[in-house]
Design a protein around this ligand. Structure first.
Ligand SMILES: [Zn+2]
Length: 164
C-alpha cells in the first residue's frame, strides 16, 4: 500500500526538472528563523523567501530548547547568520497540552519517560518572551542584538510582534 511518503517522493522527483540551481551554504540574508513544525506555517511563503536566503529551524512549538540553541550557535559561528526571528503561532499543538498526562501515557505504554520536557505552555505571548530571553541570554551566540519574536496567526496569516 502506498504511503504518504511514496506520494511525496513522486512529487520530489517530478520537481527535479525545475531545480532552482545550486546555492551557497551561507544564507544570503544572514538570518535564522526559528519556528514550530506546524504544517500550516509555510515559512518561505510567509517571508517571501527563496532557497539559499535564510536558515529555517523547526521543532514542536518553535521552542528555544538546548538543541535549538545548538543549531543557532552553529548557524552564527560557522554559517554567518547575524539576526534571529523567533516565530510561535496561534492554535499550537503544544498549547495547553497536559504534559503530566502525556508523560503518564508514555510511562504506561513503555515503562519509561523521555529525558526531555515537551514544553507545553499556557500563553503563547509569554512563550515567545521566554524564547527571546533564552536566546538573548545564551552566551555562546555572538550576535544577540537582533533577536525579535512574533506570533503568527494561523487563522488570518497575520504576524504580530511581541515587544519585550
Ligand atoms: Zn505549533
Amino acid at each position: 500500500m502506498a504511503t504518504a511518503t511514496d506520494a511525496l517522493l513522486a512529487a520530489a522527483r517530478a520537481r527535479e526538472a525545475g531545480f532552482e540551481g545550486s546555492r551557497a551554504v551561507i544564507p544570503s540574508m544572514h538570518v535564522a528563523i526559528v519556528t514550530c513544525m506546524d504544517s500550516r506555517i509555510d515559512t518561505f511563503r510567509i517571508f517571501g523567501l527563496e532557497s539559499g536566503q535564510a536558515h529555517v529551524l523547526r521543532n514542536a512549538g518553535g521552542l528555544a530548547s538546548d538543541d535549538m540553541l545548538r543549531s543557532l550557535v552553529l548557524s552564527q559561528r560557522r554559517l554567518q547568520t547575524r539576526e534571529i526571528i523567533l516565530m510561535h503561532h496561534t492554535d499550537c499543538g503544544l498549547y495547553r497540552t497536559d504534559e503530566p498526562a502525556l508523560l503518564a501515557e508514555i510511562a504506561a505504554d513503555t515503562g519509561g519517560v523521555p529525558p526531555y520536557a515537551f514544553g507545553s505552555f499556557q500563553n503563547v505571548d509569554d512563550a515567545v518572551r521566554r524564547a527571546i530571553e533564552r536566546v538573548r541570554e545564551h552566551p555562546y551566540l555572538p550576535h544577540r542584538e537582533n533577536v525579535r519574536g512574533f506570533v503568527y496567526e494561523v487563522e488570518t496569516g497575520h504576524l504580530r510582534e511581541i515587544v519585550m
